[in-house]
Write a protein that binds this ligand. Structure first.
Ligand SMILES: Cc1cc2nc3c(=O)[nH]c(=O)nc-3n(C[C@H](O)[C@H](O)[C@H](O)COP(=O)(O)OP(=O)(O)OC[C@H]3O[C@@H](n4cnc5c(N)ncnc54)[C@H](O)[C@@H]3O)c2cc1C
Length: 450
Protein backbone atom coordinates (compact mmCIF):
# COMPACT_ATOMS: atom_id res chain seq x y z
CA UNK A 1 0.00 0.00 0.00
CA UNK A 2 1.51 3.36 -0.91
CA UNK A 3 2.46 5.54 2.04
CA UNK A 4 1.05 8.85 1.03
CA UNK A 5 0.14 10.07 4.44
CA UNK A 6 -0.38 13.67 5.00
CA UNK A 7 1.64 13.32 8.21
CA UNK A 8 4.55 11.81 6.37
CA UNK A 9 4.52 14.36 3.57
CA UNK A 10 3.90 17.27 5.84
CA UNK A 11 5.44 16.70 9.26
CA UNK A 12 3.40 16.92 12.46
CA UNK A 13 1.94 20.37 12.85
CA UNK A 14 -1.10 21.90 14.48
CA UNK A 15 -4.29 21.74 12.42
CA UNK A 16 -3.97 25.45 11.71
CA UNK A 17 -0.45 25.08 10.37
CA UNK A 18 -1.44 21.97 8.40
CA UNK A 19 -4.27 23.74 6.69
CA UNK A 20 -3.65 27.44 6.36
CA UNK A 21 -2.53 28.14 2.81
CA UNK A 22 -2.12 24.45 1.99
CA UNK A 23 -3.39 22.72 -1.13
CA UNK A 24 -4.63 19.12 -1.22
CA UNK A 25 -5.66 16.95 -4.13
CA UNK A 26 -8.71 15.92 -2.08
CA UNK A 27 -10.38 17.33 1.03
CA UNK A 28 -12.82 15.16 2.96
CA UNK A 29 -15.10 17.15 5.27
CA UNK A 30 -16.31 15.10 8.23
CA UNK A 31 -14.65 12.34 10.23
CA UNK A 32 -17.62 10.06 10.85
CA UNK A 33 -17.89 6.59 9.38
CA UNK A 34 -18.43 8.09 5.89
CA UNK A 35 -15.39 10.37 5.94
CA UNK A 36 -13.21 7.65 7.44
CA UNK A 37 -14.40 5.15 4.82
CA UNK A 38 -13.60 7.32 1.82
CA UNK A 39 -10.29 8.26 3.41
CA UNK A 40 -9.37 4.58 3.59
CA UNK A 41 -10.37 4.04 -0.04
CA UNK A 42 -8.39 7.09 -1.18
CA UNK A 43 -5.35 5.96 0.75
CA UNK A 44 -5.53 2.53 -0.84
CA UNK A 45 -5.34 4.27 -4.20
CA UNK A 46 -2.42 6.41 -3.08
CA UNK A 47 -4.38 9.65 -3.31
CA UNK A 48 -3.16 12.32 -0.93
CA UNK A 49 -5.95 13.96 1.00
CA UNK A 50 -6.96 15.45 4.32
CA UNK A 51 -9.95 14.67 6.54
CA UNK A 52 -11.21 17.76 8.32
CA UNK A 53 -13.34 17.00 11.38
CA UNK A 54 -14.99 19.66 13.53
CA UNK A 55 -14.66 17.63 16.74
CA UNK A 56 -13.14 14.13 17.05
CA UNK A 57 -13.56 11.27 14.62
CA UNK A 58 -16.84 9.48 15.40
CA UNK A 59 -18.19 12.57 17.14
CA UNK A 60 -21.86 11.87 16.44
CA UNK A 61 -21.75 8.46 18.09
CA UNK A 62 -19.82 9.84 21.06
CA UNK A 63 -21.78 13.01 21.68
CA UNK A 64 -25.29 12.70 20.27
CA UNK A 65 -26.50 9.27 21.44
CA UNK A 66 -28.06 8.43 24.79
CA UNK A 67 -26.34 6.23 27.40
CA UNK A 68 -28.33 3.05 26.71
CA UNK A 69 -28.17 3.53 22.92
CA UNK A 70 -27.44 0.50 20.80
CA UNK A 71 -27.56 -0.22 17.09
CA UNK A 72 -30.82 -1.40 15.59
CA UNK A 73 -28.89 -2.96 12.73
CA UNK A 74 -27.00 -6.18 13.51
CA UNK A 75 -23.26 -6.00 13.95
CA UNK A 76 -22.55 -8.01 10.81
CA UNK A 77 -23.82 -5.04 8.81
CA UNK A 78 -20.90 -2.96 10.13
CA UNK A 79 -18.48 -3.41 7.27
CA UNK A 80 -16.33 -0.35 6.91
CA UNK A 81 -13.85 -0.71 4.04
CA UNK A 82 -11.02 -3.04 5.04
CA UNK A 83 -12.37 -3.42 8.56
CA UNK A 84 -15.61 -5.37 8.94
CA UNK A 85 -17.00 -5.94 12.45
CA UNK A 86 -14.32 -7.80 14.41
CA UNK A 87 -16.23 -8.95 17.49
CA UNK A 88 -17.71 -12.29 18.47
CA UNK A 89 -21.38 -11.29 18.29
CA UNK A 90 -22.18 -10.64 14.62
CA UNK A 91 -25.91 -11.08 15.23
CA UNK A 92 -25.87 -8.76 18.24
CA UNK A 93 -26.17 -4.98 18.45
CA UNK A 94 -23.25 -2.87 19.62
CA UNK A 95 -23.99 -0.41 22.39
CA UNK A 96 -22.84 3.18 22.03
CA UNK A 97 -19.43 2.77 23.61
CA UNK A 98 -18.72 -0.32 21.50
CA UNK A 99 -19.60 1.61 18.34
CA UNK A 100 -17.21 4.38 19.39
CA UNK A 101 -14.53 1.75 20.03
CA UNK A 102 -15.15 0.19 16.61
CA UNK A 103 -14.55 3.58 15.00
CA UNK A 104 -11.48 4.21 17.14
CA UNK A 105 -10.10 0.85 16.04
CA UNK A 106 -10.85 1.79 12.45
CA UNK A 107 -8.87 5.02 12.85
CA UNK A 108 -5.96 3.07 14.36
CA UNK A 109 -6.18 0.56 11.49
CA UNK A 110 -6.43 2.94 8.56
CA UNK A 111 -4.58 5.94 10.03
CA UNK A 112 -6.50 8.63 8.17
CA UNK A 113 -4.83 12.03 7.75
CA UNK A 114 -7.14 13.71 10.25
CA UNK A 115 -7.25 17.37 11.17
CA UNK A 116 -9.55 17.25 14.19
CA UNK A 117 -11.09 20.24 15.92
CA UNK A 118 -11.39 22.15 12.63
CA UNK A 119 -14.76 23.29 11.29
CA UNK A 120 -15.20 24.06 7.62
CA UNK A 121 -17.32 27.21 7.53
CA UNK A 122 -17.31 27.92 3.81
CA UNK A 123 -16.80 26.06 0.54
CA UNK A 124 -16.50 27.93 -2.75
CA UNK A 125 -15.28 27.13 -6.22
CA UNK A 126 -12.72 29.58 -7.55
CA UNK A 127 -12.81 30.53 -11.20
CA UNK A 128 -9.84 28.30 -11.97
CA UNK A 129 -11.89 25.29 -10.79
CA UNK A 130 -10.13 24.80 -7.47
CA UNK A 131 -12.22 24.60 -4.30
CA UNK A 132 -11.51 27.15 -1.57
CA UNK A 133 -12.30 26.01 1.96
CA UNK A 134 -12.64 28.44 4.82
CA UNK A 135 -12.19 26.99 8.29
CA UNK A 136 -11.93 28.29 11.82
CA UNK A 137 -8.20 27.52 11.45
CA UNK A 138 -7.52 29.33 8.19
CA UNK A 139 -8.15 28.77 4.50
CA UNK A 140 -6.88 26.07 2.18
CA UNK A 141 -7.66 24.75 -1.28
CA UNK A 142 -8.41 21.37 -2.81
CA UNK A 143 -8.92 19.99 -6.32
CA UNK A 144 -11.76 17.74 -5.20
CA UNK A 145 -13.99 17.74 -2.11
CA UNK A 146 -16.05 15.03 -0.44
CA UNK A 147 -18.78 16.36 1.86
CA UNK A 148 -19.23 13.65 4.51
CA UNK A 149 -20.84 15.77 7.19
CA UNK A 150 -23.60 13.31 7.98
CA UNK A 151 -27.29 13.21 7.30
CA UNK A 152 -28.47 14.74 10.56
CA UNK A 153 -27.36 18.30 11.17
CA UNK A 154 -29.69 20.59 13.08
CA UNK A 155 -32.19 19.22 15.62
CA UNK A 156 -35.67 19.92 14.28
CA UNK A 157 -37.92 21.13 17.07
CA UNK A 158 -41.33 22.55 16.11
CA UNK A 159 -41.84 26.21 16.92
CA UNK A 160 -44.74 25.31 19.19
CA UNK A 161 -42.08 24.24 21.70
CA UNK A 162 -41.70 27.93 22.52
CA UNK A 163 -45.23 27.83 23.95
CA UNK A 164 -44.43 25.32 26.67
CA UNK A 165 -44.50 26.81 30.18
CA UNK A 166 -41.02 27.80 31.37
CA UNK A 167 -40.63 25.30 34.24
CA UNK A 168 -40.93 22.36 31.83
CA UNK A 169 -37.46 21.13 30.80
CA UNK A 170 -37.04 20.53 27.07
CA UNK A 171 -34.43 18.48 25.28
CA UNK A 172 -34.06 17.19 21.72
CA UNK A 173 -33.44 13.45 21.33
CA UNK A 174 -29.82 14.19 20.34
CA UNK A 175 -29.32 15.82 23.75
CA UNK A 176 -31.13 13.16 25.80
CA UNK A 177 -28.76 11.01 27.88
CA UNK A 178 -30.60 9.02 30.55
CA UNK A 179 -33.75 9.07 32.71
CA UNK A 180 -31.90 10.35 35.77
CA UNK A 181 -30.63 13.41 33.88
CA UNK A 182 -34.23 14.63 33.52
CA UNK A 183 -35.97 16.31 36.44
CA UNK A 184 -38.16 13.99 38.56
CA UNK A 185 -41.72 13.64 37.28
CA UNK A 186 -43.54 12.39 34.23
CA UNK A 187 -42.05 12.86 30.75
CA UNK A 188 -43.69 13.64 27.42
CA UNK A 189 -41.86 12.17 24.42
CA UNK A 190 -42.94 13.74 21.13
CA UNK A 191 -42.39 11.55 18.10
CA UNK A 192 -42.35 7.80 17.62
CA UNK A 193 -39.60 7.21 15.11
CA UNK A 194 -36.66 5.04 16.14
CA UNK A 195 -35.30 7.60 18.59
CA UNK A 196 -38.65 8.50 20.15
CA UNK A 197 -39.67 4.88 20.66
CA UNK A 198 -36.32 3.86 22.12
CA UNK A 199 -36.18 6.86 24.44
CA UNK A 200 -39.78 6.24 25.54
CA UNK A 201 -38.79 2.63 26.30
CA UNK A 202 -35.67 3.79 28.17
CA UNK A 203 -37.77 6.01 30.41
CA UNK A 204 -40.54 3.41 30.79
CA UNK A 205 -38.04 0.73 31.88
CA UNK A 206 -36.61 3.18 34.42
CA UNK A 207 -40.06 3.46 35.99
CA UNK A 208 -40.86 6.95 34.72
CA UNK A 209 -44.45 7.79 33.76
CA UNK A 210 -44.19 8.32 30.01
CA UNK A 211 -46.63 10.12 27.73
CA UNK A 212 -45.87 9.47 24.06
CA UNK A 213 -47.19 11.42 21.07
CA UNK A 214 -47.29 8.79 18.33
CA UNK A 215 -46.70 9.72 14.69
CA UNK A 216 -46.86 7.75 11.47
CA UNK A 217 -43.57 5.81 11.62
CA UNK A 218 -43.79 2.17 10.58
CA UNK A 219 -42.41 -0.71 12.61
CA UNK A 220 -40.74 -4.01 11.90
CA UNK A 221 -40.58 -7.13 14.03
CA UNK A 222 -37.12 -7.94 15.34
CA UNK A 223 -37.33 -11.67 14.74
CA UNK A 224 -39.64 -13.80 12.65
CA UNK A 225 -39.59 -17.49 11.88
CA UNK A 226 -36.32 -18.12 13.63
CA UNK A 227 -34.22 -15.23 12.31
CA UNK A 228 -33.69 -11.51 12.57
CA UNK A 229 -35.91 -9.81 10.00
CA UNK A 230 -32.81 -7.95 8.79
CA UNK A 231 -31.26 -11.29 7.85
CA UNK A 232 -34.38 -12.30 5.93
CA UNK A 233 -34.55 -8.94 4.16
CA UNK A 234 -30.89 -9.25 3.26
CA UNK A 235 -31.51 -12.67 1.68
CA UNK A 236 -34.50 -11.24 -0.13
CA UNK A 237 -32.33 -8.62 -1.82
CA UNK A 238 -33.91 -5.68 -0.02
CA UNK A 239 -30.60 -4.02 0.83
CA UNK A 240 -29.22 -4.52 -2.66
CA UNK A 241 -32.03 -2.49 -4.26
CA UNK A 242 -30.69 0.78 -5.53
CA UNK A 243 -32.44 4.11 -5.72
CA UNK A 244 -32.57 3.87 -9.53
CA UNK A 245 -35.14 1.07 -9.13
CA UNK A 246 -37.71 3.48 -7.67
CA UNK A 247 -39.88 5.92 -9.64
CA UNK A 248 -40.20 8.15 -6.59
CA UNK A 249 -36.58 8.49 -5.46
CA UNK A 250 -37.29 11.76 -3.67
CA UNK A 251 -40.02 10.18 -1.54
CA UNK A 252 -37.92 7.08 -0.82
CA UNK A 253 -35.15 9.29 0.51
CA UNK A 254 -37.59 10.98 2.90
CA UNK A 255 -38.93 7.73 4.33
CA UNK A 256 -39.03 7.39 8.09
CA UNK A 257 -37.16 4.44 9.59
CA UNK A 258 -39.05 1.47 11.01
CA UNK A 259 -38.97 1.29 14.80
CA UNK A 260 -37.50 -1.74 16.53
CA UNK A 261 -34.65 -2.13 19.02
CA UNK A 262 -31.40 -4.02 19.47
CA UNK A 263 -31.56 -3.55 23.24
CA UNK A 264 -30.80 -6.65 25.36
CA UNK A 265 -30.12 -8.77 22.29
CA UNK A 266 -32.96 -7.28 20.27
CA UNK A 267 -36.75 -7.23 20.52
CA UNK A 268 -39.84 -5.62 19.06
CA UNK A 269 -40.98 -2.23 20.18
CA UNK A 270 -44.68 -2.76 20.83
CA UNK A 271 -46.27 0.54 21.80
CA UNK A 272 -49.55 -1.21 22.56
CA UNK A 273 -47.77 -3.34 25.15
CA UNK A 274 -46.27 -0.19 26.66
CA UNK A 275 -49.78 1.30 26.87
CA UNK A 276 -51.11 -1.85 28.50
CA UNK A 277 -48.29 -1.51 31.04
CA UNK A 278 -49.02 2.11 31.89
CA UNK A 279 -47.51 4.34 29.19
CA UNK A 280 -49.99 6.97 27.97
CA UNK A 281 -50.28 7.16 24.19
CA UNK A 282 -51.65 10.06 22.12
CA UNK A 283 -51.84 10.93 18.45
CA UNK A 284 -49.65 13.57 16.80
CA UNK A 285 -49.13 16.68 18.92
CA UNK A 286 -51.03 19.50 17.22
CA UNK A 287 -51.09 22.36 19.67
CA UNK A 288 -49.85 23.81 22.93
CA UNK A 289 -51.94 26.32 24.77
CA UNK A 290 -50.32 27.23 28.05
CA UNK A 291 -50.07 24.01 29.99
CA UNK A 292 -52.67 22.27 27.82
CA UNK A 293 -51.64 20.06 24.90
CA UNK A 294 -53.81 18.90 22.00
CA UNK A 295 -53.38 15.88 19.80
CA UNK A 296 -54.72 14.70 16.45
CA UNK A 297 -57.29 11.93 16.39
CA UNK A 298 -54.87 9.56 14.65
CA UNK A 299 -53.51 7.29 17.38
CA UNK A 300 -55.50 4.26 16.27
CA UNK A 301 -54.61 4.84 12.62
CA UNK A 302 -50.92 5.27 13.45
CA UNK A 303 -50.76 2.09 15.56
CA UNK A 304 -52.71 0.13 12.95
CA UNK A 305 -50.42 1.39 10.19
CA UNK A 306 -47.25 0.43 12.09
CA UNK A 307 -48.63 -3.06 12.73
CA UNK A 308 -49.77 -3.44 9.12
CA UNK A 309 -46.27 -2.62 7.87
CA UNK A 310 -44.70 -5.11 10.30
CA UNK A 311 -47.17 -7.83 9.27
CA UNK A 312 -46.64 -7.00 5.59
CA UNK A 313 -42.91 -7.61 6.01
CA UNK A 314 -43.75 -10.97 7.59
CA UNK A 315 -45.97 -11.76 4.58
CA UNK A 316 -43.01 -11.10 2.32
CA UNK A 317 -40.78 -13.33 4.46
CA UNK A 318 -43.41 -16.11 4.31
CA UNK A 319 -43.54 -15.79 0.53
CA UNK A 320 -39.74 -15.93 0.31
CA UNK A 321 -39.62 -19.04 2.52
CA UNK A 322 -42.31 -20.74 0.44
CA UNK A 323 -40.77 -19.78 -2.89
CA UNK A 324 -37.36 -21.17 -1.93
CA UNK A 325 -38.55 -24.22 -0.01
CA UNK A 326 -36.73 -23.05 3.12
CA UNK A 327 -37.27 -24.94 6.36
CA UNK A 328 -38.12 -22.40 9.04
CA UNK A 329 -40.19 -22.69 12.21
CA UNK A 330 -43.81 -21.52 12.02
CA UNK A 331 -44.65 -18.50 14.13
CA UNK A 332 -48.02 -17.11 15.18
CA UNK A 333 -48.82 -13.61 13.96
CA UNK A 334 -49.01 -10.53 16.13
CA UNK A 335 -52.23 -9.97 18.04
CA UNK A 336 -52.78 -6.39 19.28
CA UNK A 337 -52.67 -6.31 23.06
CA UNK A 338 -54.26 -2.89 23.53
CA UNK A 339 -56.59 -0.58 21.62
CA UNK A 340 -57.15 3.15 22.08
CA UNK A 341 -60.69 4.12 22.95
CA UNK A 342 -62.69 7.35 22.99
CA UNK A 343 -61.84 10.76 21.53
CA UNK A 344 -58.22 11.98 21.74
CA UNK A 345 -57.57 13.12 25.28
CA UNK A 346 -56.14 16.58 25.90
CA UNK A 347 -53.24 16.67 28.28
CA UNK A 348 -52.79 19.08 31.14
CA UNK A 349 -49.08 19.21 31.94
CA UNK A 350 -49.52 20.19 35.57
CA UNK A 351 -52.27 17.67 36.29
CA UNK A 352 -50.20 14.92 34.66
CA UNK A 353 -47.08 15.92 36.59
CA UNK A 354 -45.05 16.36 33.39
CA UNK A 355 -41.78 18.12 34.11
CA UNK A 356 -39.89 17.45 30.87
CA UNK A 357 -40.42 17.02 27.15
CA UNK A 358 -38.12 15.04 24.84
CA UNK A 359 -38.51 16.24 21.25
CA UNK A 360 -37.85 13.21 19.07
CA UNK A 361 -38.79 15.11 15.97
CA UNK A 362 -35.80 14.51 13.73
CA UNK A 363 -33.19 16.73 12.13
CA UNK A 364 -32.81 19.24 9.32
CA UNK A 365 -30.03 19.29 6.78
CA UNK A 366 -27.78 22.33 6.85
CA UNK A 367 -25.56 22.76 3.82
CA UNK A 368 -25.74 26.55 3.79
CA UNK A 369 -21.98 26.80 4.18
CA UNK A 370 -21.54 25.13 0.77
CA UNK A 371 -21.58 28.12 -1.57
CA UNK A 372 -21.60 26.02 -4.73
CA UNK A 373 -24.66 25.63 -7.00
CA UNK A 374 -25.12 21.91 -6.41
CA UNK A 375 -28.60 21.86 -4.84
CA UNK A 376 -32.15 21.47 -6.07
CA UNK A 377 -35.15 23.58 -5.13
CA UNK A 378 -35.53 21.80 -1.79
CA UNK A 379 -31.89 22.26 -0.90
CA UNK A 380 -31.11 18.60 -1.59
CA UNK A 381 -27.75 17.92 -3.28
CA UNK A 382 -28.11 17.15 -6.99
CA UNK A 383 -26.09 13.99 -7.40
CA UNK A 384 -25.96 10.47 -8.69
CA UNK A 385 -24.32 8.01 -6.32
CA UNK A 386 -22.80 11.01 -4.55
CA UNK A 387 -21.18 12.50 -7.65
CA UNK A 388 -22.65 16.00 -7.72
CA UNK A 389 -23.58 18.21 -10.61
CA UNK A 390 -20.42 20.26 -9.91
CA UNK A 391 -17.26 18.50 -11.16
CA UNK A 392 -15.01 17.59 -8.25
CA UNK A 393 -17.70 17.90 -5.55
CA UNK A 394 -19.04 14.73 -3.93
CA UNK A 395 -21.43 13.78 -1.14
CA UNK A 396 -21.18 10.67 1.00
CA UNK A 397 -23.40 9.24 3.73
CA UNK A 398 -26.74 10.64 2.56
CA UNK A 399 -29.74 8.41 3.37
CA UNK A 400 -30.55 6.35 0.28
CA UNK A 401 -27.69 8.04 -1.55
CA UNK A 402 -27.59 4.84 -3.60
CA UNK A 403 -29.22 2.12 -1.49
CA UNK A 404 -30.87 1.57 1.89
CA UNK A 405 -27.49 1.22 3.58
CA UNK A 406 -25.93 4.41 2.17
CA UNK A 407 -26.63 6.43 5.30
CA UNK A 408 -25.76 3.52 7.54
CA UNK A 409 -22.87 1.20 8.31
CA UNK A 410 -24.23 -1.34 5.84
CA UNK A 411 -23.30 0.30 2.54
CA UNK A 412 -21.39 3.49 3.24
CA UNK A 413 -18.21 1.54 2.41
CA UNK A 414 -19.50 0.53 -1.02
CA UNK A 415 -20.44 4.15 -1.78
CA UNK A 416 -17.02 5.32 -0.53
CA UNK A 417 -15.26 2.84 -2.80
CA UNK A 418 -17.31 4.08 -5.77
CA UNK A 419 -16.48 7.73 -5.04
CA UNK A 420 -12.79 6.99 -4.55
CA UNK A 421 -12.78 5.37 -8.00
CA UNK A 422 -14.46 8.39 -9.47
CA UNK A 423 -12.08 10.80 -7.76
CA UNK A 424 -9.16 8.74 -9.01
CA UNK A 425 -10.42 8.76 -12.60
CA UNK A 426 -11.13 12.49 -12.50
CA UNK A 427 -7.70 13.29 -11.16
CA UNK A 428 -5.98 11.23 -13.81
CA UNK A 429 -8.09 12.74 -16.54
CA UNK A 430 -7.36 16.22 -15.20
CA UNK A 431 -3.67 15.47 -15.57
CA UNK A 432 -4.27 14.57 -19.21
CA UNK A 433 -6.84 17.23 -20.09
CA UNK A 434 -5.95 19.95 -17.63
CA UNK A 435 -9.44 20.14 -16.15
CA UNK A 436 -11.76 18.15 -13.91
CA UNK A 437 -14.41 16.65 -16.10
CA UNK A 438 -16.19 14.26 -13.75
CA UNK A 439 -14.74 11.14 -15.33
CA UNK A 440 -16.57 7.85 -14.81
CA UNK A 441 -14.90 5.47 -12.36
CA UNK A 442 -14.40 2.71 -14.94
CA UNK A 443 -11.88 4.94 -16.69
CA UNK A 444 -9.51 5.05 -13.75
CA UNK A 445 -7.63 1.87 -14.53
CA UNK A 446 -7.17 2.85 -18.17
CA UNK A 447 -5.76 6.30 -17.53
CA UNK A 448 -2.14 7.13 -16.80
CA UNK A 449 -1.29 7.65 -13.15
CA UNK A 450 -1.13 11.35 -12.38
C1 LIG B 1 -30.39 8.01 16.62
C2 LIG B 1 -29.70 7.35 15.45
C3 LIG B 1 -29.60 5.98 15.40
C4 LIG B 1 -28.94 5.35 14.34
N1 LIG B 1 -28.83 4.00 14.33
C5 LIG B 1 -28.18 3.39 13.34
C6 LIG B 1 -28.01 1.97 13.32
O1 LIG B 1 -28.50 1.24 14.18
N2 LIG B 1 -27.30 1.41 12.30
C7 LIG B 1 -26.75 2.16 11.31
O2 LIG B 1 -26.08 1.59 10.43
N3 LIG B 1 -26.93 3.50 11.29
C8 LIG B 1 -27.61 4.14 12.26
N4 LIG B 1 -27.77 5.49 12.23
C9 LIG B 1 -27.44 6.23 10.99
C10 LIG B 1 -25.95 6.52 10.73
O3 LIG B 1 -25.15 5.37 10.84
C11 LIG B 1 -25.42 7.61 11.61
O4 LIG B 1 -26.20 8.78 11.44
C12 LIG B 1 -23.95 7.95 11.36
O5 LIG B 1 -23.51 8.82 12.35
C13 LIG B 1 -23.72 8.58 9.98
O6 LIG B 1 -22.32 8.62 9.75
P1 LIG B 1 -21.68 9.76 8.81
O7 LIG B 1 -20.21 9.60 8.84
O8 LIG B 1 -22.37 9.79 7.50
O9 LIG B 1 -22.09 11.11 9.53
P2 LIG B 1 -21.80 11.59 11.01
O10 LIG B 1 -21.58 10.48 11.94
O11 LIG B 1 -22.89 12.57 11.31
O12 LIG B 1 -20.40 12.33 10.88
C14 LIG B 1 -20.28 13.60 10.27
C15 LIG B 1 -19.07 14.26 10.89
O13 LIG B 1 -18.85 15.50 10.20
C16 LIG B 1 -18.45 16.48 11.14
N5 LIG B 1 -18.80 17.77 10.55
C17 LIG B 1 -20.04 18.21 10.28
N6 LIG B 1 -19.98 19.42 9.71
C18 LIG B 1 -18.65 19.74 9.62
C19 LIG B 1 -17.94 20.85 9.12
N7 LIG B 1 -18.59 21.90 8.57
N8 LIG B 1 -16.58 20.85 9.21
C20 LIG B 1 -15.93 19.79 9.72
N9 LIG B 1 -16.57 18.70 10.22
C21 LIG B 1 -17.90 18.68 10.15
C22 LIG B 1 -19.23 16.13 12.40
O14 LIG B 1 -18.56 16.61 13.56
C23 LIG B 1 -19.25 14.61 12.36
O15 LIG B 1 -18.22 14.01 13.10
C24 LIG B 1 -28.41 6.15 13.29
C25 LIG B 1 -28.53 7.54 13.33
C26 LIG B 1 -29.16 8.14 14.40
C27 LIG B 1 -29.28 9.65 14.43
Amino acid sequence: MPELYFDERRPAMSPAARLAGAHYPVAVIGGGQAGLSVSHCLRERGIEHIVVEAHRAGHEWRARRWDSFCLVTPNWQCRLPGYPYQGDDPDGFMVRDEIVRYLEEYVAFSRPPLAEGVTVTGLRRASRGVFELTTDHGEFTADQVVVATGPYHTPAVPRMAERLPAPVAQVHSSGYRSPDRLPPGAVLVVGSGQSGCQIAEDLHLAGRQVHLAVGGAPRVARFYRGRDCVAWLDDMGHYARTIDAFDDAGAVRMRVNHYVTGRDGGRDIDLRAFARDGMRLYGRLTGIDGGRLEFADDLKANLDHADAVAEGIKDAVDAHIAAHGITAPEEPRYVPVWEPSGPPPALDLTAAGITSVVWSTGFRRDHRWIEVPAFDGRGYPMHWRGVSSVPGLYFLGLPWQYSWGSGRFEAVGRDAEFLAGHIDASRRLADVCGTLTGAPAELAAALPIG
